[in-house]
Write a protein that binds this ligand. Structure first.
Ligand code: NAP
Ligand code: HSE
Length: 340
């Protein structure tokens, strides 16, 4: 057996879930003649209490110790600054990187894109956690011209809205989502719609335009921070449900990306999913309508995609490449939504 040396950046909700799942799936790695081993785990505070399965002796603030001897880097620390520097340094040295960090992918894409094109960057976990959408959009669905896509891409806000439907207040519902590990370190990223916008930018580059700019998504983003229980109950009385929907669709000869709370008929495919579940409704010219749904946040559900990416890499597949060039904007009438 040879050793697969994994540098792990972060041991929070997802990082700790990854350590556990990696151990549980050890036999999958042995099938490749490899024994996975963590070189170290980069954290801010090695003395913070963590689940018992996270090896205390590997926790460190020493970047060199973690990255010095690695074969692959798993980035689960979040943020665009330090995480960005470490990821770009590793990619620059030719190391493959697996990341769940959609903020980094969305906002520093210009620097990351050449490495993604080269096949060094794996990021299934960044959108809809363990529910596969990055891989289908970088593979099986490429046989289509994308017509439009709409998704519930943020688990926290879906959970909060669902709990408000159960009569909880906004703050109480958000605190529950935080306790479950769904919410970003800065909760405004979730409630302000920014996290869904980050994910939409990632999908847009896979589906329609490798240069889709983060700013173009950000400028049409509105979150749920002003949503009241009264609005939710009024919608229910009309047979509708409010959901934070991220959309990419043709508009006036260009692609438009938008994130906003909308009122959906209760039987709409995107209205069916509560709690932290996510869903993507994709329409392509050949395949027609595809609906992908599943868990969109949380420790194990996200770690599942990270371990999956590692195994995919060992099978010899490249990471997730963006679309090679921008797709022509179709002459197509997209679905319309009523903003809440
Ligand atoms: P988290 O619980 O806040 O964990 C972040 C980890 O990174 C912590 O261990 C933290 O160290 C470490 N870290 C953060 N900044 C650091 C720095 N400057 N230097 C060294 N270590 C640092 O976050 P998470 O929920 O696991 O999320 C991690 C990433 O996955 C983020 O990009 C997030 O957007 C993404 N993601 C999360 C979910 C989810 O459901 N939570 C799902 C999909 C994707 P300490 O523990 O010492 O503070
Ligand atoms: N904060 C994110 C969410 C985590 O709630 O969807 C998963 O990306």
């Amino acid at each position: 057996m040879e050793t697969l040396r994994i540098a792990l950046l972060g041991a929070g909700t997802v990082g700790a879930g990854f350590v556990k799942l990696l151990d549980e799936q050890r036999s999958r790695f042995r099938a490749f003649g490899l024994e996975p081993a963590l070189t170290g785990i980069l954290v801010r505070d090695p003395h913070k209490p963590r689940p018992g399965w996270v090896p205390q002796g590997l926790l460190t603030t020493d970047v060199e110790r973690v990255l010095g001897e690695a074969d692959v880097v798993v980035e689960l620390m979040g943020g665009t600054g330090k995480a960005g520097r470490l990821v770009l340094d590793a990619l620059g040295e030719g190391l493959p990187v697996i990341t769940a960090n959609k903020a980094l992918l969305a906002e520093r894409w210009d620097e990351l894109r050449p490495h993604a094109t080269e096949g060094l960057l794996f990021y299934e976990a960044s959108v809809m956690a363990g529910t596969p959408v990055v891989e289908p959009l970088s593979g099986a669905l490429r046989g289509n011209r994308t017509l439009e896509l709409h998704g519930i891409l943020n688990g926290s806000t879906n959970y909060v809205i669902g709990r408000m439907e159960d009569s909880l207040g906004f703050a109480e519902a958000l605190a529950e989502a935080q306790a479950k590990g769904f919410v970003e370190e800065d909760p405004f990223l979730d409630v302000g719609g920014i996290d869904a916008a980050h994910k939409l930018a990632v999908l847009a580059r896979l589906a329609v335009d490798p240069d889709f700019s983060w700013e173009a998504v950000r400028e049409h983003t509105r979150g749920i921070q002003d949503l009241s229980r009264e609005q939710i109950f009024e919608a229910e009385a009309e047979g509708k449900r409010i959901r934070l929907v991220a959309s990419l669709y043709p508009n006036g000869g260009r692609w438009k990306a938008a994130v906003r709370p909308v009122k959906l008929p209760a039987d709409h495919p995107l209205a069916r999913f509560g709690h932290a579940r996510n869903a993507l409704l994709y329409r392509g010219d050949a395949v027609g309508e595809v609906l992908i749904s599943g868990g969109g946040a949380g420790s194990a559900v996200t770690a599942s995609a990270v371990v999956g990416d590692l195994l995919r890499m060992l099978e010899g597949y490249p990471g997730h490449p963006p679309l090679p060039e921008a797709a022509p904007v179709p002459d197509y009438e997209p679905e319309t939504f009523e903003e809440a």
